[in-house]
Design a protein around this ligand. Structure first.
Ligand code: GLC
Length: 704
């Protein structure tokens, strides 16, 4: 729909609307037909009476079609509803959780899985997803690290671009609207405690937490969702400085701001609103267009209007944005009896194959003592134990949308299918009754970690480690003196250094999705060489949190040999595994870093190239990471800043090169107002497999 046509249509509608109908368009209601077992009459009445403009959590094309028909044919103006759902990493076909996909370091893959999820969701009547979640997180105590792209703002920005484009397609009509959430800084909640206060410096806000949202806005994200927390005492839901002045005025965001669940009414609980009228006025004036599930706009705005806390023009502005989004999504073109939504069968098979590929690329091989893996070709006696070994439902993670346990491949199922000639025995959570079979086992596979409800929303953990019974199981198995492989299912790094030290091999599988078992078997058997790399630093101790590679160097950088330096006296400062860590079954050598020109010319670029050789015995794919280090600036810069990632697939013995380009923007950093500034001076350019300075090649360039 052309912009002029859209403006005319929304203007015409707006003029025809009563105040209650306008407030209805700003109200999103929840219809959870699944648990209610039917379409609740109260919500259907609200729709008939024009007191709802959008619906969340309703699943199933028949139910959505039935409810949409009510809106189109039984309301005064016949404005279509917008159906929204948390389609984070798949609709029916479930892909690895976002933190896992971040480990693939693969923007085309990120785009492809979002595209597939959008196709399935749109085919089932969904028009908007509350994704991508773009909260950078450096605190594994916070359960929602699982939903996001890890610790680094540059990687999170590439993730944002790929996911928004993947969900929305070339235009929002060929996909579903994306909602970048939770704006902003939610990953920095105090002490990793869910919904806690966010209290970070303006510099950290601009350097770390805002960039992925700016990236999402730049590629046309249709919606933004503010975080439930307060930012230095002002809830994000009522923050005109960030929502109106920065997001809309500075960044030019023209989409819709949707509150988080019940967030507007919770402004009273936050202690910044005396009652529902004040809460509604604060949110509306800050720029929140849609009230998710609190009823505050319907109940509070009439009083707020009467008391002069808001103007009808404020309401009209929000309604216009909502109507424009519906028009952009093609919702007005839907006929009342629009035929069913359907997806051809072969598409589902294609999506399952994509889920397997995504899971293979997301699994990170953390340790592989004496090259225990890949498993030998000759059949062996493999004993499998642990609560996550045969738990298909757990493989889908905390936000599995319409994904179901049935049809999901568990680790055990995948292994049985891949190792038909092996003697494979399963022992649940204890090996005590294992008898002869245990004694005869050649090696053990323990599937340990978190169940889906141990991470995600409202699942902060002060001790993000293996549950005690799992550590006991590991100790019992380890005492048998046979090789032990540990596969971790989790939505965060699990901090258990003693266990990982004792294990022979450790893999982070995260929550791998519908094809969990097939992907794990592909890796363990060596059918696929692991290539995943950590998108978060993996702490050695809880006490190190928050831990991340782009720390500032301080005036006394850690030096174990010098007492008065920035370190702990009881644990190391280094993570157990650094950002970017991920082993392969082969080995790659990095050589010959070259940068040109040595001096950045105005408007110029720096070409960076280096050689990589596969010096092992198996083909593999390597991701090379590019960092910069600004040696001296007006503000102390981090010891490393990620600025690139490039993949190369090499046969055993083969060599190749990877290339990057650095621009002035890449070498700049935000001033206090967020604008980027490039300062003259010397920059180190570093490249290598991970954020361990010892493993990076280094060169320098100069900015005049
Ligand atoms: C939840 C989450 C948000 C989600 C919304 C709708 O409270 O914070 O991420 O999109 O409610 O389910």
């Amino acid at each position: 729909m052309a912009h002029s046509e859209l403006t005319a249509k929304t203007g015409e509608l707006l003029r025809a609307m009563t105040l209650e109908e306008k407030l209805g368009q700003l109200t999103m209601i929840r219809i959870d037909a699944e648990s209610a077992g039917t379409l609740p009459a109260e919500q259907l009445t609200a729709i008939r009476e024009g007191r709802a403009g959008s619906v969340l959590d309703l699943k199933g094309p028949d139910a959505i079609r039935e409810v949409q028909k009510i809106a189109l044919t039984e309301t005064r103006l016949g404005i279509p509803l917008l159906f929204a759902l948390d389609v984070l990493h798949g609709y029916e076909t479930v892909f690895p959780i976002p933190l896992a996909e971040a480990a693939a370091m693969d923007p085309p893959l990120w785009h492809a899985t979002a595209r597939a999820a959008a196709r399935e969701a749109a085919a089932n009547g969904i028009a908007l997803t509350f994704a991508p979640m773009l909260d950078v997180s450096r605190d594994p105590r916070w359960g929602r690290m699982a939903e996001g792209p890890g610790e680094d703002p540059w990687l999170a920005s590439r993730f944002a671009e790929a996911k928004v484009r993947g969900f929305q397609g070339e235009d929002a009509r060929s996909g579903i609207a994306a909602t970048a959430k939770h704006f902003v800084g939610y990953g920095a909640v105090t002490a990793g405690r869910e919904y806690g206060s966010i209290d970070i410096s303006n510099r950290t806000l601009h350097e770390v937490y805002l960039p992925p949202f700016l990236a999402a806005v730049r590629v046309g994200a249709a919606a933004i969702m503010p975080a439930l927390s307060d930012f230095a005492g002002l809830p994000l839901t009522a923050h005109p400085g960030l929502l109106r002045d920065l997001l809309r005025k500075r960044w030019g965001f023209e989409g819709v701001v949707i509150s988080d669940f019940h967030a507007i009414a919770e402004l009273i609980t936050h202690g910044v609103a005396a009652g529902i009228a004040e809460a509604a006025a604060l949110a509306l004036k800050a720029g929140v267009d849609i009230d998710m599930a609190s009823g505050a706009y319907l109940d509070g705005l009439p009083e707020a209007l009467a008391r002069g806390l808001v103007l009808e023009a404020d309401i009209d502005l929000a309604v216009k944005r909502v109507l424009a989004l519906k028009a952009r999504l093609g919702l007005f073109d839907q006929a009342a009896d629009s035929e069913g939504y359907s997806l051809p069968g072969e598409v589902s098979a294609e999506h399952r194959a994509l889920a397997r590929e995504a899971a293979r690329k997301s699994i990170v091989l953390l340790k592989n003592r004496d090259r225990l893996l890949p498993l030998p070709k000759a059949p062996r006696r493999l004993a499998v134990a642990g609560p996550l070994a045969d738990a298909p439902g757990e493989m889908l993670g905390p936000w599995h949308c319409a994904g179901k346990a049935e049809g999901t491949v568990s680790f055990l199922q995948g292994l049985r299918a891949a190792l038909p000639d092996w003697e494979l025995s399963y022992f649940g959570n204890a090996i005590s009754g294992g008898g002869e079979t245990i004694r005869k086992a050649d090696l053990f596979l323990l599937c340990l970690g978190e169940t889906a409800n141990m991470c995600g929303e409202a699942a902060s953990r002060a001790r993000p480690q293996l549950p005690d019974f799992q550590r006991k199981l590991f100790e019992d198995v380890s005492a048998l003196g046979k090789p032990v492989i540990v596969v971790l299912t989790s939505g965060r790094p699990l901090i258990d250094s003693a266990t990982f030290e004792a294990a022979d091999a450790v893999l982070a599988a995260w929550f791998p999705g519908s094809e969990a078992g097939t992907a794990l078997a592909d890796i363990l058997t060596g059918a696929v060489n692991p290539s995943g790399k950590l998108p978060v630093s993996w702490p050695a101790e809880v006490g190190q949190i928050p831990i991340f590679f782009s720390q500032r160097r301080t005036g006394r950088p850690a030096d174990p040999a010098i007492h008065n330096t920035s370190k702990y006296i009881d644990v190391p400062v280094e993570p157990l595994f650094p950002f970017g860590h991920g082993l392969s079954f082969t080995e790659f050598a990095y050589r010959n870093l070259r940068v040109s020109p040595g001096i950045l010319q105005p408007g110029g670029r720096i070409a960076v190239e280096l050689d990589i050789e596969n010096v092992g015995a198996l083909e593999g794919e390597e991701t090379c990471l590019l960092f910069i280090r600004d040696a001296a600036a007006s503000i102390a810069r981090p010891v490393l800043e990620l600025r690139g990632m490039a993949k190369i697939k090499l046969a055993a013995g083969a060599a190749g090169s990877v290339a990057f380009e650095l621009t002035a923007e890449d070498l700049s950093f935000p001033a206090d107002d967020g604008s980027l500034c490039l300062e003259p001076g010397c920059f180190e350019i570093l490249a290598g497999p991970c954020a361990d300075p010892e493993k990076l090649l280094c060169s320098t360039i100069h900015v005049p």
